[in-house]
Write a protein that binds this ligand. Structure first.
Ligand code: TYM
Length: 330
């Protein structure tokens, strides 16, 4: 069976963008692939997190993985920091990555070009840790939203470089990006990605949002003055975003959604989108409340870390041998 791997960084609460662009696809793929999904907590701390808040976000994220349908019988689910081999391989890969490559990473470039101060070294090298997350398990495929594709491509470059330098060691992974829903935009600024760092923003729907709040956010989504339901991300980014949300959650094509709602006004269309969003959230939240205070989470993470550690440790030893770090064979 081919192997698929992905992760989410809960540096805040998980969003509808995370669900549509990533999480629901992990659930879909877990039947057909050997699936490894982790909570990328080492990535969270590349930007300062309040420890209490971080712990809550991590616990919520595990509960949401399960609430959205990830099944620990089918997928290996774990907390990244429970398998510190990721960070150990991360250092080795960092030493096989050029600063020029990291300077070209969009997320770093964006922040640096805005003159943001206080960027940490951890934030700068985070794509090499992400490469380690992927390469340590020899993943064949990495399902991600559009914004993470560049990082998977860097992981491919690093894998190829390492293989050429030290002989065949890593499988070269392929990114898997959905055609519909790979970039859900902010409801209040449809030219910006919906993001969990938009604290208190009306533009971001969180999976644990109160249903009335989520409905209000959809109803007040920024649209345009054209007044037609068209899929035209350039001229009608707001409406096109709502069409994508609807199509993704209903499993319909963009064309089908446009056809169904072409004679509706924006208010009516927004109401239909809000209904679908609230229906999705309410099912997820119901299951979330069942598991958040059970001891299921701890068991899942413990079991997942055991399985992941076995694979990661074996791979790290192999890499250490290739690089010449060991003296005596372990
Ligand atoms: P993160 O936590 O920013 O996002 C997790 C996943 O959600 C997708 N996503 C979106 N998709 C569509 N529309 C949006 N508005 C949206 N916002 C987020 C992301 O593309 C991603 O797939 N570095 C990664 C986490 C990570 C990882 C890995 C992923 C660490 N190691 C190894 C894959 C493999 C991150 O920060 O994703």
């Amino acid at each position: 069976m081919e192997r698929m791997l992905s992760g989410i960084k809960p540096s805040g609460q998980l969003t509808l963008g995370n669900y549509i662009g990533a999480l629901r696809n992990f659930v879909k793929y877990q039947d057909d692939y050997e699936m490894i999904v982790f909570i990328a907590n080492l990535h969270c701390i590349t930007v300062y997190q309040d420890p209490k808040e971080l712990r809550k976000n991590l616990k919520d994220a595990v509960a949401l993985y399960l609430a959205c349908g990830l099944d620990p019988e089918k997928a290996i689910i774990f907390l990244q920091s429970d398998v510190m081999e990721h960070a150990q391989l991360g250092h080795i890969l960092c030493c096989n990555t050029y600063m020029g490559e990291l300077n070209r990473m969009t997320q770093y470039k964006d922040k640096a070009s805005k003159g943001e101060t206080g960027l940490t070294a951890g934030f700068y090298v985070y794509p090499t840790l992400m490469a380690a997350d992927i390469l340590i398990y020899d993943a064949d495929y990495v399902p991600v939203g559009e914004d993470q594709k560049q990082h998977v491509e860097l992981a491919r470059d690093i894998a190829n470089r390492f293989n050429n330098r030290y002989s065949e060691t890593f499988r070269v992974p392929e990114p898997v990006v959905q055609k519909v829903g790979a970039r859900i935009m902010s409801l209040s600024d449809p030219n910006k990605k919906m993001s969990k760092s938009d604290h208190g923003d009306k533009g971001c729907i969180y999976l644990l949002d109160d249903l009335n709040v989520a409905r209000k956010k959809v109803m007040s989504a920024v649209t345009d003055s054209i007044g037609m339901i068209n899929f035209d991300p350039v001229n009608q980014p707001g409406i096109s975003n709502l069409i994508q949300i609807m199509a993704s959650l209903n499993g319909e094509s963009i064309e089908k959604v446009v056809e169904k709602y072409k004679d509706c006004g924006y208010g009516e269309f927004k109401k239909a989108v809000a209904d679908v969003v609230c229906d999705t959230l309410s099912k997820i939240q119901e299951r979330y409340h069942e598991i958040i205070n059970s001891n299921e989470l701890e068991k899942v993470l413990e079991e997942g870390a055991k399985k992941a550690s076995y694979l990661a440790h074996k791979k790290l030893l192999k890499v250490q041998r290739k690089v010449g770090l060991d003296i005596f064979k372990k």
